[in-house]
Structure formats: C-alpha cells, structure tokens
Write a protein that binds this ligand. Structure first.
Ligand code: PR8
Length: 468
C-alpha cells in the first residue's frame, strides 16, 4: 500500500462510499452517505470540545471586496485563490463579492461592532462552514480541495497579549484531544516566518505523516497579535477607561482530518476506523440456514438492542448474500468489530467476535457480560490503532546532522529532523538544496548542537519533509 498510497486512497474513497469525485468541477466532490457519517461523528467531537468555552455562529458565505482587501498581508496571501461573484442574475454587482477563502474579513468588521468594553472579552466564536480556495497546486479529494466543506474555524479576541498566548496553548490542547480521540498522531511545529498564515504573528501547525512519508498539515493555530485589530479597528474600553486594541487568534481544521483517519489507519483490506467515527461500531453478521433462521435473527436483534442501549452504534447485515462477501464488505468499510452468529453459536450461547484492527477471532458468551466484553474489544481496537500509528510516526522521524542525507531519509519515507540556528537564510537554503519544505521549529536544540547549514550554534530542531 505504501508504494501506491495515492492510488489506494483514491480507490478507497469510492469503494467505501466516502466521496465521489466525478462532480464536474475540479477540486469539488460529493460526500457520500458512509463518508458523511464519518464526517458527522468527527464534527460532533470537535463541537463537543469547542462548545466548552466557545460559541458557535454562522456567517454569510460572501465577503465584500472592500473588507477582503483591507488587511494588506492577508489579501496578498489569498488573492490568487479567491473566487469572485460579480453578477446577480444579468446585472453586474456594484461591488464584487468573494466566496470566503477563510472568514477573518467577514467576522472582524462585526467584532469591531460587538466588542466595546472589557466585559465583552474574551470573545470566542467558531463556525463550521464551507470555504473556497482556487488552489493551483494539484487537487486531491479531502486533502487539497477547492471547496473545503468542513472548515472548522475558531476566532478569538482578548484584552491582553498573555490571554491571547494562553489561547494558543488551549487550542493546542483541544486539537491534541481531538486527534487523540481518533488515534491520529501528530508533529507540532511553529511554522517558519515564510510559511506563516498571511497577517499572523506566528503559526503553530499539526502535521501527520501519511503512509507514503509525505506530511499532511491537518490543523493550524495562528496568533494574529493586533494586526487585524488595527486594520478593522477592534477596540475596547479597559477598566481604567483607556481604549485599546484587542489581541486575536484563529484556528482551523478541514476535511483533511477525515483524510488522515482514512490514510493513517487503513490497510490493504480497506479502512480501519477508530470507534469514535465509525458509522457502525459493531456489525452483526448472521449466518443463516433454512433451519433455525428466525431464532438466529431474533438473537441478533436482541444483541443489537442490548448494545444500542449501552450507547453503541450497531447494524445487522441481513442481506441475502454469502457471509464471506459480507465480511469482505465490512473489512473494506472498516467497522471496528464484527460479531458472527450462526445456529451452532446460538446452541452454544456464544458469538464470534472479530476485531478489524488485528483480525483475531474471539468467542464471547451471550450473557450479561456481552456488553462489557464488546466495549472492551472496542477500546482495545482503538488503543491498538493509536499505538501502531504513533509507533509508525516515531519510526519515521529521523535525525541527521548531514544536509546531504536529508534527501536519502525523505525519499525513504521519513521526515528529517535537523539542527537549525533559526536564521531565515539557513532555513531557505535547506529548502532550496533539498527541494523539500521546512515544517518549522519542532523543539529546542540540545546544548552544543550546530546548525546543519551554517555550523553556528543551533537553537532549534526543525523538521524537513515532502508535503501534501
Ligand atoms: C486559516 N483562518 O484559514 P489555514 N483543502 C483542504 N484543507 C485545507 C485546504 C485545502 N485546499 N487549505 C487549507 N486546509 C485560519 C484558521 C480561520 C481558521 C486546511 O488557516 O489557511 C489545513 O489543514 O491554515 C489548514 O491547516 C486548515 O485548513 C486551516 O487553514
């Protein structure tokens, strides 16, 4: 699978009914029913985490040109990617309207109206919307799309720089918990200046290593400082009566989260879904013969109800096809646990459980231990997926002190970790010499470490990778 990950990924999206990319606009696809459910459970999780101290809002899709153009750096970063609406019916519009590529310029003029006093702060809003980016790089379903259908963007405003910095840490914790719940490993880095979000002071990014060794940026958190506050005049009256600009952050995740779940956990048989997002956490497969059919089906229904009462998502595959085909289908679709039940099992008062992540068959008694045993297997399945994904990541970050070795490591499917003095010139030289991207500062360098380019004292360990 690693050799042809791209092909595997495209095939599985169609075979497992995740998305259909045949829609006649490049970079825009359809969420199919099975994919839509995965998306729904993923969304429920991020909403649960954000709802603890954010409020959900919903802004219009269109942004007036004048607002979009206000913040110089920001507009420069996005100008090649904006879709414009220029007509209403047959009439030319007085002002061009942008399909939001992201919503800073839609939200912040309203923040300027809503934020008056220190009692209005902090303001923490988020929305889940579709955003549009006319991506010029090669588009890929879920990974690089022109309509990002599940853009989860949070925007916060604070009275002080300290609170703003704390918010960055809070987002990091929220994103960790979010990705942990699907067992997705991540590398956190501070992006280099040249790859910082347009208009931000700095950007913290979560990257995941996909099976082909390329990294996927799955989420970003931006410290906006006071740049947008000054552009959009977002001020508040402090306790001492002074008018001050707010400090701001924004953070976003996209459809890429689903891509990482599919790509990182999948295997040659198909998806291996973590229970949190699996449309069915348990699939019951009745083994039916003419004799005893009703009894087996009745028992399957009874098991389903008992598991559902315990809060689990269960389906019975009672299609009139060979059980082998059913096993094949649910392996492809990655249901975490299958329960098989035939007349002989019924006689023995057992069901055969099979975890998707490792495939071993286990007999479970059909008594009041069943629900706990099933939950236990789901937990083990999640832990195993998570553990092996983290292990893969650990094995694929390789340190080197030799710039010529970076290509060797990256071409073998790794992310290279190197000592870096932090100077832009050295960072850019790494990129130019290797053709890969500097993901950014991953951690502080050890005492005595020397920059891989200049040989000066190194401040940081930077990550270098081929990126999506
Ligand atoms: C912001 N403003 O916009 P960001 N296809 C799929 N996913 C994408 C794409 C794409 N074409 N482009 C970006 N992403 C800030 C924060 C509001 C929220 C994903 O930030 O431009 C990437 O995972 O960094 C990226 O990390 C995330 O959206 C946020 O986009």
């Amino acid at each position: 699978m690693v050799e042809n990950f791209s092909e595997w990924f495209h095939d599985i999206l169609e075979e497992a009914n995740i998305t259909d990319s045949r829609y006649p606009i490049k970079g825009m696809a359809i969420w199919m029913p099975y994919g839509f459910k995965i998306r729904k459970y993923m969304l429920e999780k991020i909403k649960e985490l954000l709802d603890k101290d954010h409020d959900e809002v919903l802004f219009p899709l269109l942004v007036p040109e004048a607002e979009l153009a206000k913040e110089g750096e920001h507009v420069k970063g996005f100008e090649d990617e904006v879709y414009w609406v220029t007509k209403g019916g047959r009439n030319d519009l007085n002002e061009k309207l942008a399909l939001r590529p992201t919503s800073e310029t839609a939200i912040y003029p309203m923040y300027a109206l809503w934020i008056r006093s220190h009692i209005d702060l902090p303001k923490k809003y988020y929305q889940v919307v579709n955003t549009f980016r006319y991506e010029t790089k090669h588009t890929r379903p879920l990974i690089r799309v022109r309509e990002i259908t599940t853009f989860k963007e949070a925007h916060t405003a604070h009275a002080t720089k300290e609170e703003c910095d704390e918010q960055i840490e809070d987002f990091i914790e929220i994103y960790k918990e979010f990705l942990d719940s699907f067992g997705i490993p991540y590398l956190i880095s501070k992006r280099p200046v040249w790859d910082t979000f347009p208009g931000a002071d700095y950007t913290m990014a979560f990257d995941a290593i996909m099976p082909d060794g390329k990294t996927l940026q799955i989420g970003t958190i931006h410290n906006l400082g006071q740049t947008f506050a000054k552009t959009f005049d977002i001020t508040f009256e402090d306790k001492d009566g002074e008018h001050k600009y707010v400090y701001q952050t924004c953070a976003g995740l996209s459809d890429r989260v689903v891509a990482s779940i599919i790509g990182i956990h999948g295997d040659e048989k198909g998806l291996r879904l973590p229970p949190m997002v699996s449309p069915n956490q348990i699939t019951i497969i009745p083994i039916l013969f003419k004799k005893g059919k009703e009894e087996v089906m009745a028992k399957c229904t009874e098991i389903k109800e008992a598991l559902e009462d315990a809060g689990l998502r269960v389906n019975i595959d009672d299609r009139d096809i060979r059980p082998g085909k059913k096993f094949y289908d649910w392996e492809l679709k990655g249901t975490p646990l299958k329960l098989e039940l035939g007349p002989r099992d019924l006689e023995n008062n057992i069901t055969i459980a099979m975890r998707r992540d490792e495939g071993e068959k286990i007999e479970l008694a059909l008594d009041d231990t069943l629900v706990d045993n099933v939950k236990d297997l789901l937990d083990k399945s999640y832990e195993n997926l998570k553990g092996s994904a983290w292990k893969f990541q650990e094995e694929h970050v390789k340190f080197t002190e030799n710039i010529d070795e970076i290509a060797e490591l990256v071409e073998a499917g790794n992310v290279a970790a190197v000592n870096w003095c932090g100077d832009e010139d050295c960072g850019k030289e790494i990129e130019e010499k290797t053709g890969y991207d500097v993901l950014g500062i991953h951690k502080d360098a050890e005492d005595g470490a020397k920059c891989i380019v200049s040989g000066k004292d190194a401040k940081y360990v930077a990550l270098v990778a081929k990126t999506y």
